[in-house]
Write a protein that binds this ligand. Sequence first.
Ligand code: SAM
Length: 256
Amino acid sequence: MQEHRARKRFGQNFLSSSGVIASIISAINPKPDDCMVEIGPGLGAMTVPLMDTLKHLHVVEIDRDLIARLKQNHRQDKLTIHEGDALEFDFGGLSEKNLRIVGNLPYNISTPILFHLSRFATQVRDMHFMLQKEVVDRMVAEPGSSEFGRLSVMLQYRYDMDRLFIVPPDAFVPAPKVDSAIVRMIPRPVEALTAKDEALFGDVVTAAFSQRRKMLRNTLKGIISETGLEALGIAPTARAETLAVSDYVRITNSLS
Ligand code: SAM
């Protein structure tokens, strides 16, 4: 078969380090009966070792050339190939609960895919992703740090997350310019999701971080008054990055 030329527009950096692949598979710890879906199987670096353990695997891939290869190399009863864009894929249709999602994600769509996947969180057991290290650092950042932003708040509300390990550029072909990292995301129990109106929660967080150098009394003007913030024990002069996720929930619930 012809060699595949990596396509930039699909964020293609293929894992080539067997040591790194083994560490990722060990972190995922697949069991034969798991219901698992891999986003962007590419040339199969993770797909093949996952299939060694799993009875069955779903994959979502957008690149037609790669889809043709996967079809040629794998039996359809072991591997279901969903052809198309993961950003439009209905992950909830794969399993009512306990779905496991994995992938070395295309970096150009990492944030939109994380937000898309949040919709299915109640049906998910866990997710393991390779992302740019800088994105993972923002996901797990603590309040008060310069990396703490909208992505941190929205994802920390929904998931418990751990950065597992860093992967250097030379683990891929072609090598990306930056370090990558593996993150584990486990949906928090529904009882922990206490925002009464999640759309409003998203609006509050977006507004607060719209100009991160400005004080909350300015960014949240029109949403909550200074007295409203003070009543919650939140200084109107504070900046978005100093508030905890629970503070954003409290602001939201004071409005709804
Ligand atoms: N899993 C392989 C590996 O680790 O070597 C490939 C990883 S590569 C970083 C990203 C993969 O996602 C590619 O196979 C690419 O074609 C696929 N991809 C890119 N955009 C996609 C999308 N919107 N939906 C589904 N797959 C996509």
